[in-house]
Design a protein. Structure first.
Length: 384
């Protein structure tokens, strides 16, 4: 009997050691030291919206990196068919925002991409992978993006204003990623300031699961740049109803959570970053979680912003996006989150989402559809 008790004790100790080891491995693999505590604080302070209906602003920010014209033609040939029959409460087809990568810019690819905004299917913004830059070289690259993209009617509004949204390549906004050899990836500590000066209205990089993740989670906020230090956006001021713009740049985040309803892993529930990819398609259990998180302007929890992201030109992801998975996602959104009583659905671009955020900040009420062009007018190459 004593031997059996000893065996049970040692088995229990071994099990605890294994569980602790697995937990530590997951903790390090998922970079939890950067986001777990801020996330738990957010969950504890989460605001529930009782007002109905809730307006759902749904946008997809695509880190778009087509390397060949053939890759791009896959999109222009197939994407319109995926959207057939889908409309939001305003009668608008699903909108896509292609953050086209400047570091792989090819004029013939950009011209092909511009066909989609001309069909009224979305807008083009700026994506850039860069390292070892200086403020001068980074500014030069942004100017090149504006010059080249404007040739197809992107990044310039119908009123002639230069404006753009931004996604940092490799998540390295404001020099926030340190490589294994100890170097900072982008090289520019004044990135937020330069972006603002060149006409950027908001950054749409986050969330993610590495050291670039800000402490501000599941919110839309203003960051103030410190040109002497990296990762100035780590904290900031919430965009708030009745508030005003402060700092240097709006940081527009997508939903981030530990989805306790999604246990597709053996040891832990799904970590939700609203990333749509081949290995993690937009299933109903994920969509419900995006709505539950409820990213919103502080003081306006009934206007919910769901910013998803993807890498839509990478072949496996492209094939998933240009398939029934996406049509099913839109069908689910339209069926469950567009009943007119509990939810009203709005498909928006990054620019339109920003405008609606600014309208909420200004205290506007009613239908968010009225504020799609509230501050920044449509780009030259879009039709509606």
């Amino acid at each position: 009997m004593k031997i059996n008790k000893n065996i049970t004790l040692w088995l229990s100790i071994c099990l605890v050691i294994v569980l602790l080891g697995v937990s530590f491995y997951i903790y390090k693999q998922k970079n939890m030291e950067y986001w777990l505590v801020p996330y738990l604080k957010w969950e504890a302070a989460k605001v529930k919206a009782d007002k109905k209906p809730k307006h759902i602003m749904f946008l997809i920010c695509d880190h778009f990196e087509p390397t060949t014209l053939k890759n791009m033609k896959n999109w222009t040939d197939r994407w319109p068919g995926i959207l057939k029959g889908h409309r939001d409460a305003d009668g608008i087809v699903p909108q896509h925002t292609w953050f086209y990568f400047l570091d792989g810019y090819k004029p013939e690819v950009l011209e092909e991409l511009s066909k989609l905004p001309r069909m009224g299917l979305g807008e083009i913004e700026v994506h850039l992978h860069h390292s070892n830059d200086t403020p001068e070289t980074f500014r030069k690259k942004l100017k090149k993006a504006k010059n080249e993209y404007q040739k197809v009617g992107a990044l310039v509004t119908v009123k002639g204003k230069e404006r753009f949204a931004y996604i940092a390549g490799n998540w390295a906004l404001d020099n926030s990623i340190i490589t294994k050899d100890g170097r900072n990836r982008s090289g520019v500590n004044s990135e937020l300031t330069i972006l603002k000066e060149e006409g950027c209205y908001a950054d749409f990089t986050f969330p993610n699961l590495n050291m670039a993740m800000p402490e501000m989670i599941n919110t839309i906020y203003y960051a103030t740049d410190d040109p002497e230090k990296p990762k100035s956006y780590n904290t900031g001021e919430h965009v708030t109803v009745g508030g005003k713009e402060v700092g240097d740049l709006m940081i527009f985040e997508g939903p981030f959570s530990i989805n306790i309803k999604d246990w597709r892993h053996i040891f832990y529930p799904a970590l939700n970053t609203a990333n749509i990819q081949a290995s993690n398609p937009p299933l109903a259990v994920r969509i419900d979680e995006w709505v539950r998180v409820g990213v919103h302007v502080k003081g306006k929890p009934d206007w919910i912003f769901i910013k998803c992201h993807t890498h839509g030109a990478h072949p496996p992801i492209r094939e998933m996006l240009l398939s029934k998975h996406m049509s099913d996602m839109y069908s689910y959104l339209e069926k469950k989150y567009n009943d007119g009583e509990n939810y009203i659905l709005h498909y928006v671009t990054a620019r339109e989402a920003y405008n609606i955020v600014k309208a909420a900040e200004a205290g506007e009420i009613g239908n968010p559809n009225e504020y799609r062009d509230y501050i920044i007018a449509p780009y030259m190459n879009t039709v509606r």
